[in-house]
Design a protein around this ligand. Structure first.
Ligand code: C5P
Length: 454
């Protein structure tokens, strides 16, 4: 009998290992349509990009490419310093327009001078912005083309600083940033990390992906304005003893990106996160938990007051049936762990009477659509976002791809950065949520009549 139990536990563990430890494969799926939805944020918008002289100027090439991919028109103004780091020809080729550099250029003034450029812009972004350029902005200088255009432009101005961390933290720069913020200039970043100068800290230019996301946030449709959204993210940790635990490879990036995209779309977002080393996105309230049970408790506490629940967390399906009080000694060659099923958070929320619009995630190694649709029905969800996982891709990666299913429809979101993918997912979700809300209203209106006639 005990042998039977052991075998059962081993099988459970094996099953569990397959679920949570399987390395990740990724099948590149076709992009059918969602570009058109994300395009709504930047599509047709005129982005005037200022590039100043910092080592990060090379990133402006990728930034232009991504902006154009979103359907934005891009014109570029470079300072002399910027031309030392990247050639105008590169940015001209990528933007599809001549790059502007000189304030006093009679040819340019006749075609598109600084006032025309300023009028043309729907938004201005200076990326990278050096410490010197920000100081010049504060002073209202107009002694080169970029500074003059900034002064003449009525469109929202965003600045993405990039500099050595000590320069970023210097009192002069802090003051300049605060003056610019008071004037309504959006400061995007900087990011933290290793710097070209060999130091580590705040001062890196935000990645193009994040800049596009932040810029699109300025134009966001408010697709989820007024909605309360609850997102779970990351792995959970299930203790074995005081120092060991069972967990999985989830980095939390997808869930954090989803929370950020929902906030960008105007929602009030709460993020319940397992242990990850990520910063919460802007305007997102973060609650940290460790175990599946703790995540369940917090989510169920919050679920009553929300409109949309997006369950991105890779919740451990099982936890050790008992947690050893002391560190388990390595005295035997084999060890058996008995595992006990964790509560299904998503299914519990979906089953709440009058509960929120529920969106699940499904990581599948095969039979993507049938398994995802099976979960949609079994857990009573409104929508499910599925991705194939396997070696190299899915967990712990920067990119992802999704197939999103709901009753009677689906959409494929091609492989791209998780921030961009999250914005696409939120756009799809907002559309389905609005439709389901309208349907609920119709049902509410119809029901009293049905009762009247009864
Ligand atoms: O059944 P499976 O674990 O594949 O379902 C995945 C979906 O269910 C994800 O959205 C995940 O966040 C959610 N889930 C949950 N609680 C669990 C297991 C999974 O909320 N205990």
């Amino acid at each position: 009998m005990e042998g039977c139990n052991n075998l059962h536990s081993l099988l459970l563990f094996f099953h569990f290992s397959l679920l949570v430890f399987t390395p990740v494969i990724f099948r590149v799926t076709q992009n059918i349509l969602l570009n058109s939805i994300i395009m709504n944020y930047l599509s047709g918008k005129h982005v005037l990009l200022g590039v100043t002289g910092g080592i990060a100027a090379y990133k402006s090439a990728e930034l232009i490419r991504q902006l154009r991919e979103q359907g934005a028109g891009v014109r570029v103004v470079m300072t002399r310093g910027a031309c030392e780091f990247i050639t105008p020809l590169t940015l001209q080729a990528l933007s599809g327009h001549p790059v502007h550099m000189e304030l006093l250029d009679s040819g340019a003034e006749a075609a598109m001078g600084h006032i025309e450029l300023a009028r043309w812009a729907d938004v201005m972004l200076v990326a990278p912005a050096t410490a010197d350029f920000m100081a010049r902005l504060v002073q209202g200088r107009a002694d080169d083309l970029l500074a003059a255009v900034c002064l003449a432009c009525e469109a929202p101005l965003a600045v993405a600083p990039a500099m050595n961390r000590v320069m970023w933290e210097s009192p002069a720069t802090r003051d300049n940033v605060s003056v610019l913020q008071d004037r309504g200039v959006r400061i995007m970043g900087p990011a933290e990390g290793p710097q070209a100068c060999g130091e580590t800290g705040p001062g890196r230019l935000l990645e193009p992906d994040a800049l596009v996301s932040a810029l699109s946030g300025l134009f966001n449709s408010g697709a989820l304005a007024g909605c309360r959204v609850l997102v779970t993210a990351g792995p959970t940790r299930e203790a074995i003893d005081p120092v060991r635990y069972i967990s999985n490879r989830s980095s939390g990036r997808m869930g954090f990106a989803v929370a950020g995209a929902a906030a960008e779309a105007g929602a009030q977002v709460t993020l319940v996160s397992g242990p990850v080393s990520l910063e919460a996105p802007a305007h997102v309230e973060r609650i940290n938990v460790e175990t599946a049970q703790a995540m369940y408790d917090r989510v169920l506490e919050l679920a009553a007051g929300i409109d949309i629940f997006i369950s991105v967390a890779a919740v451990a399906d099982y936890r050790p049936a008992s947690v050893a009080e002391q560190k388990i000694k390595t005295s035997t060659d084999t060890i058996t762990l008995e595992l006990q099923r964790n509560p299904d958070i998503l299914a519990a929320v979906a089953a709440l009477p009058g509960g929120p619009f529920t969106v699940g995630f499904a990581a599948e190694t095969e039979g993507l659509e049938s398994h995802a649709r099976g979960k949609l029905e079994a857990k009573g969800l409104d929508m499910i976002a599925a991705n194939e996982v396997g070696s190299q891709l899915g967990f712990e990666t920067e990119d992802n791809a999704l197939q999103v299913f709901w009753r009677g429809g689906s959409v494929t979101l091609a492989r791209t950065g998780k921030n961009r993918l999250a914005r696409q997912l939120i756009a799809t979700l907002a559309e389905r949520f609005t439709i389901s809300r309208k349907r609920d209203k119709v049902v509410n209106i119809m029901e009293p009549h049905a009762k009247d006639s009864a």
